[in-house]
Design a protein around this ligand. Structure first.
Ligand code: ADP
Ligand code: MG
Length: 247
C-alpha cells in the first residue's frame, strides 16, 4: 500500500506489482519493493535481467505497463521525470560537449527557471562536494574520465533530488578509477543522506556500496537483503552463484 508522509520509518520509493512489456514481451514480471528513506539500494543481476528498465520506470523515462510507483508517499506512476523529485546520473558521455563544466552543471536549473544567484550557489556547492572547482571553465573534452564522471554526478546534485538514480555510472572507467569513484559515491551518500538507487552488474560494487541489495533475474526479484545476508545466506543457487563467482 502507499503510505502517507507521516510514517516513522519513511518510505522513499515504493513499487507495487510493477510490470513492463515491450510489444507482446513482458520483461518485468510484477516487482514489489519498498525502499526506505536514505538507504543505498543496489539492483544487481546479469545483463538483460531488467535493471535499467526498472530504474528508468522509477525515473519516469519508461512507461509502466502495469502497477504503481510512489516516491515519498505520492504516486508518480504517470508524472514526468521532472516532477518526481529524482535525478538520474547517466554515464559521463551524456555531458554537453560544447558547454563548460559550469554550464553543464547549471543547464537543468536554467531550464527550470531557477534564479541566477541560486544557480550559482548550488553549482559552487556541488563543485565543492565533488572537488571540481578548478574545472568549472573547462569543457568535457578537456577532462579525464573520472573528472567527467564527477561532473555527471554534479549535474544530479545541483537539482537537490530526494532520490538519486545511477545506471552503471562507472562502467566506462578503468579499474583503478572505478575503485576511487566508488569510494567517492559512498562518501557522497554519507554526506548528502539521500536515497540512492544504483544499478550495476558488478558484484563488488554491489557488496561495497549497498545497505540493501536487490538481486534480479529475468525480470523478477530473486532476493532482497543486506550484503551480508545475500553473501552468507543466499536464498537459492542463482544468488549464491551470482554473488559468489568473481567476474
Ligand atoms: P539490464 O539493464 O539488466 O541489462 P534491460 O533493462 O536493459 O536489462 O533489459 C531488460 C530486457 O528488456 C532485455 O531483454 C532487453 O532486451 C529488453 N529491452 C530493454 N529495452 C527495450 C526496448 N526499448 N525495446 C525492446 N526490448 C527492450
Ligand atoms: Mg542496463
Amino acid at each position: 500500500m502507499i503510505h502517507s508522509g507521516s510514517d516513522v520509518t519513511a518510505t522513499s520509493v515504493e513499487l507495487v506489482d510493477v510490470r513492463k512489456s515491450f510489444g507482446a514481451v513482458e520483461v518485468i514480471h510484477g516487482i514489489d519493493l519498498t525502499i526506505p528513506e536514505g538507504s543505498f539500494v543496489v539492483f544487481v543481476g546479469p545483463s538483460g535481467c531488467g535493471k535499467s528498465t526498472l530504474l528508468r520506470m522509477i525515473a519516469g523515462l519508461e512507461e509502466v505497463t502495469d502497477g504503481l510507483i510512489a516516491i515519498k508517499g505520492r504516486e508518480v506512476t504517470d508524472l514526468d521525470p521532472s516532477e518526481r523529485g529524482i535525478a538520474m546520473v547517466f554515464q559521463s558521455y551524456a555531458l554537453y560537449p560544447h558547454m563548460t563544466v559550469r554550464d553543464n552543471l547549471a543547464f537543468g536549473l536554467k531550464m527550470a527557471r531557477t534564479p541566477a544567484e541560486e544557480i550559482a550557489a548550488r553549482v559552487a556547492s556541488a563543485a565543492g562536494i565533488l572537488k571540481i572547482e578548478h574545472l568549472l571553465d573547462r569543457r568535457p573534452g578537456q577532462l579525464s574520465g573520472g573528472q567527467r564522471q564527477r561532473v555527471a554526478i554534479g549535474r544530479a546534485i545541483v537539482r537537490k533530488p530526494d532520490v538519486f538514480l545511477f545506471d552503471e555510472p562507472l562502467s566506462n572507467l578503468d579499474a583503478e578509477l572505478r575503485v576511487s569513484m566508488r569510494i567517492e559515491i559512498a562518501r557522497l551518500h554519507r554526506e548528502l543522506g539521500n536515497t540512492m538507487i544504483y544499478v550495476t552488474h558488478d558484484q563488488t560494487e554491489a557488496m561495497t556500496l549497498a545497505d540493501r541489495i536487490v538481486v534480479l533475474r529475468d525480470g523478477r526479484i530473486e532476493q532482497v537483503g543486506s550484503p551480508r545476508e545475500i553473501y552468507q545466506d543466499p536464498d537459492n543457487l542463482f544468488v549464491a552463484g551470482f554473488i559468489g563467482s568473481p567476474r
